[in-house]
Ligand binder design. Structure first.
Ligand SMILES: Cc1ncc(C[n+]2csc(CCOP(=O)(O)OP(=O)(O)O)c2C)c(N)n1
Ligand SMILES: [Mg+2]
Length: 756
């Protein structure tokens, strides 16, 4: 039972909101140096980093205009989302962070990546710099090592822009999807808003892992209108988190989405910081900052970071800034904004403004500033020349890095002995050693949570209630609300936060009540969970599990009865599991939780109350190993999840007629045990595939193709699929039964292909 009662509270009153500070920073470099908050060296580094960002992006402009060619026959391809004009935001934020804090970034993220890398390197000791250089025996002073590391950082950044093997993501991501996990950069995201829940999950994960790190989610003004932003803000501000999540969203408000104007057109608010009022009584400590002033951004971010480190987050900063160029270089920006507007912002140019501060504070002379700019420009050009000459990725390695194919064999000592409120419950075995499928699910979770403190479990109604299907009853009493908690009805945030939390080292298991609701998560599932490893160069581990369920047969109709597993199998990078028995459910779920890759674990609602023998001793079932449920020589029936029972019943009917069907349950769809199916079809010569999804686009179509590819010479008849009709699941019992495969239907199809 929860600690808090919800009593009636209907007395008359006026709800009030607090104040949101706007552009309150009144400092100067001279004053910051005098106060000891900044050193002259730190100021030089701020200027140098802004020059670096601008030099990198000016290079892109020059390459696009053919004013600069890093190699004689070089042709620049790829996105050109430039942040020229916005450098103070990237640099002010990164200058205020610790080297190992996390960030997420956007499609306009060159500046974030360059500045994050530069500041992380500056914070590294000699051993860390040598590690970054990939040369443990590197010689030289720390200054020399840092110079070399900065040169490598520039090179790896440009190499990624060019899609080269030496780039940060081995040319799999490019400039729009750049990440460097070595320095806490969890990735730029070309899905507008796509990173919001990842940032919230990373902050949540970092807090739970107790490493003192925070996460900054850098997003555009346009991203704040996307649902995932709101879900992520709500997730981060949930009151049940007794400690505030160490998350700061920095909205880089450059006034436009692509061309849609934040103020006066596509939102109803003058300042996006106002949105903080929607999420908690602290209004997420919202603040509007002058994003053209690097010191103002740095000051606000320092305070935000402190708030986060004191467990008082989340924080919402809106930095007002301006994108000098169009959305990309193919947008000449003349149709939607005036020259006067551009000039007014350019007059507040962040680099020129900070150069004036530097002069005024006596940190550098005008000549020194000019020389620094010149030096940085030349360094960038040299990086481009070197990158252009470096090798492309090897086409033979195109598949490399998709999965880590590793699992957690040994739990680090720190997480080995979780604090338990009580011993996790074991289901009572019946006389034959059987328990319910749903109890097998709960046992797997309980065992893995007791094994490894990094395993947390959350979703809608999973805590006190134990989930819509009662599959997780009892977990909260054993593990407490720190590790088992309800979320809001925010499917996208449930999956997205799991991605972020997994990327920083937690091992989240989350629940999406019905697979029908996976549609609401598809960006987080297909564009994020599935891609963060491969797209970022095969480096991330994403040890997360999404548990979800399929139904059918209960009269729940179109939006609660679909079999959408093919919606998950179509994204390379996800493993997809569909257990058909209690034994498999337990062994496979335990494997899924230990797996270091993202797993979509699909349970069947009608199997929850089916019993199966489940040993009390620990066991795991490896992925990619089919189970031959019945041997036979006449035809091969492949079925998964509840359809295995249908196939077995069909095999019984056929056996009565003297037909021996072999029934294979692949158990995991990705990876799929092609060998088991191929070997069987080579023996029987006939393949019948059963699934309860509509025929068009179902996973059985993929199996059919693979059977034909691998066992063509053995086939005596066309491969046949028994699937649902191409209609949404109807409610009427008569129609629903007609729609679903039955033993009779499977047996009839078997007879037909045997007659061919
Ligand atoms: C979900 C999604 N919708 C649309 C796009 C196309 N698109 C790319 S950038 C962009 C504008 C984003 O605006 P904002 O968040 O303010 O970032 P900015 O480009 O201004 O940095 C749009 C619409 C996309 N990439 N992703
Ligand atoms: Mg914008």
């Amino acid at each position: 039972m929860r600690e808090l009662d919800v009593l009636p509270r209907c007395e008359a009153e006026t709800l009030r909101f607090g104040e949101i500070p706007k552009c309150r920073y009144a400092g100067s470099l001279r004053a910051e140096i005098a106060a000891g908050r900044l050193t002259p060296q730190a100021a030089r580094e701020m200027l140098e980093t802004m020059f670096l960002v601008r030099a990198f992006e000016s290079l892109i402009v020059d390459m696009k205009n053919n004013k600069f060619k890093p190699a004689p026959d070089f042709k620049f391809v790829g996105a050109t989302h430039l942040s020229i004009g916005q450098e103070a935001v990237a640099v002010g934020v990164m200058a205020a962070l610790h080297g190992d804090d996390y960030i997420t970034s956007s499609h306009r993220g060159h500046g974030h990546s360059i500045a994050k890398g530069a500041y992380a390197l500056r914070a590294m000791d000699e051993a860390q710099l040598k590690n970054f250089l990939g040369d443990p025996n590197a010689s030289g002073t720390r200054e020399e090592l840092l110079d070399r590391a900065m040169a490598l950082h520039r090179f790896k950044t440009v190499a990624e822009l060019f899609g080269k093997e030496a780039g940060y993501c081995r040319g799999r991501g490019g400039g729009m999807h750049i990440a460097d996990f070595n320095v806490g950069h969890l990735g730029a995201n070309a899905i507008v808003g796509g990173s919001c829940a990842i940032a919230a999950g990373a902050a949540f994960g970092a807090q739970r892992l107790g490493e003192g790190k925070i996460c900054v989610g850098l997003i555009g003004d346009g991203a704040t209108n996307n649902g995932i932003f709101h879900e992520a803000c709500n997730f981060a501000a949930m009151e049940q988190f007794k400690r505030g999540i160490p998350l700061t969203f920095v909205i880089e408000n450059n006034q436009y989405g692509m061309t849609g104007q934040q103020c006066g057109e596509v939102t109803g608010v003058d300042y996006l910081a106002r949105r903080g009022a929607a999420y908690n009584a602290e209004m997420m400590h919202a603040e509007v900052v002058d994003g053209m002033n690097v010191l103002a951004v740095w000051d606000a971010m320092l305070r935000a970071a402190e708030t986060c480190r004191n467990d008082q987050g989340p924080v919402l900063l809106e930095a007002l800034c301006y994108r000098y160029y169009g959305h990309s270089l193919s947008d000449n920006r003349t149709t939607y904004r005036t020259q006067e507007e551009e000039e007014a912002w350019r007059a507040r140019d962040p680099i020129r403004a900070f150069s004036r501060e530097i002069l005024d504070a006596g940190v550098m002379t005008e000549a020194e500033i000019a020389a620094l700019e010149q030096q940085v420009t030349e360094q960038m050009r040299q990086a481009a020349i070197d990158a252009a000459a470096s090798p492309d990725p090897d086409p033979a390695q195109i598949e490399e890095g998709l999965f880590s194919n590793t699992s957690c064999e040994e739990v680090p000592a720190r997480f080995k002995s979780p604090k338990l409120l009580e011993e996790p419950r074991r289901a009572r075995r019946d006389g034959q050693g059987r328990i319910l499928y749903r109890h097998a699910v709960a046992e797997a979770l309980a065992e893995e949570m007791a094994r490894d403190e990094r395993v947390v479990f959350y979703g809608e109604d999973v805590a006190d209630y134990g989930g819509a299907f009662q599959a997780t009853v009892g977990l909260i009493s054993a593990f407490g609300r720190e590790r088992v908690f309800n979320t809001a009805i925010s499917e996208a945030a449930i999956v997205g936060t799991a991605v972020g939390a997994a990327m920083v080292g937690l091992r989240p298991v989350c629940e999406i009540m019905y697979i029908d609701f996976m549609g609401l998560t598809m960006d987080q599932t297909g564009n994020q969970a599935a891609k963060v490893r491969y797209m970022f160069g095969g480096k991330a581990l994403v040890p997360m599990v999404v548990r979800t369920t399929v139904g059918g047969g209960k009269g729940y109709a179109g939006q609660h009865s679909q079999s959408l597993e093919a919606m998950c199998t179509m994204f390379p990078g996800l493993k997809v599991v569909m257990p058909s028995t209690a034994y498999d459910a337990k062994g496979l779920l335990k494997t899924a939780i230990r797996d270091n890759d993202p797993v979509i674990f699909i349970e069947h609602q009608l199997l929850y109350t089916e019993k199966g023998v489940v040993p009390e001793e620990e066991y795991l079932i490896p992925f990619g190993q089919a189970n031959i449920r019945r041997e036979g020589k006449d035809l091969t029936i492949v079925a998964y999840s509840r359809m295995v029972d249908v196939a077995l019943a069909a095999a019984e009917l056929l056996a009565a007629e003297g037909i021996e069907a072999e029934v294979i349950d692949p158990r995991t769809l990705i990876p799929f045990d092609y060998d088991a199916v191929t070997t069987s079809v080579q023996k029987t010569g006939r393949a019948l595939l059963v699934c309860q999804a509509p025929e068009t686009g179902c996973f059985a179509e993929h199996i059919a193709y693979q059977v034909q590819k691998r066992a063509w010479g053995s086939l005596k008849a066309p491969v046949r699929i028994v699937a649902a009709y191409n209609v949404p699941p109807p409610m009427s019992q008569v129609l629903e039964m007609e729609n679903l495969p039955t033993p009779e239907k499977v047996a009839r199809n078997a007879r037909e292909i045997l007659a061919m």
